[in-house]
Write a protein that binds this ligand. Structure first.
Ligand SMILES: [Mg+2]
Length: 181
């Protein structure tokens, strides 16, 4: 019933993309100096921890563009650290998004501010809502693989659907963009 209490605009992303690879990071660099990623279903599917060449290349590009980069995940798994270390970036696990604490902790660690930061994730109820609450700029990507999602994520997905119905009343085009992602 929580969806009655949350304003639909709080789950509105700044932009949506099918994957993390589709953003024009060079163009975004004009206004932003920080990119923070969710891990599960944003960079990696739940059931495969392989850091692909495409991800390594992406992080190379971010480094070349002089972005501050971090991974902030709600997962308690050791693979948060393993992935972040492979990519040479700091991380926070057990982040408790949509609570604001981990977002501020990440920005403090990176020496950045909410306005200068993109937060990229696949869930409205954790990533987008949390990033909006903390004043970061949320970007929604399509979940890599939904089939292997855990029960609590499935619960969030049901809430997400209810929020999208609410959102479609005030921002029909944006809601449709998210629904057809
Ligand atoms: Mg995720």
């Amino acid at each position: 019933m929580i969806h009655w209490l949350i304003s639909a605009t709080r789950v509105l992303p700044m932009a949506v993309y099918k994957t993390v690879f589709e953003l024009d990071y060079e163009a975004y660099r004009e206004h932003y100096d920080t990119v923070i990623y969710d891990l599960d279903n944003t960079l990696l599917p739940y059931d495969d921890s392989t850091v692909t060449d495409q991800i390594y290349q992406l992080f190379e590009t971010l480094s070349t563009l002089d972005y501050k980069v971090m991974i902030v995940s709600n997962s308690t798994s050791a693979r948060v650290q393993a992935t972040a270390e492979a990519l040479g970036v700091p991380w926070i696990k057990s982040a408790k998004k949509p609570l604001k604490g981990a977002f501020f902790k990440a920005l403090k660690h990176l020496g950045s501010t909410p306005k200068k930061a993109l937060f990229i994730g696949d869930q409205l109820m954790t990533d987008v809502w949390g990033a909006n609450r903390a004043g970061l700029n949320p970007i929604l990507v399509r979940a890599i693989k939904r089939k292997s999602e855990k029960w609590y994520t499935r619960l969030n997905r049901r809430l997400e659907q209810k929020m999208l119905i609410k959102l479609s009343r005030i921002e029909p085009e944006k809601a449709k963009e998210i629904q057809t992602l």
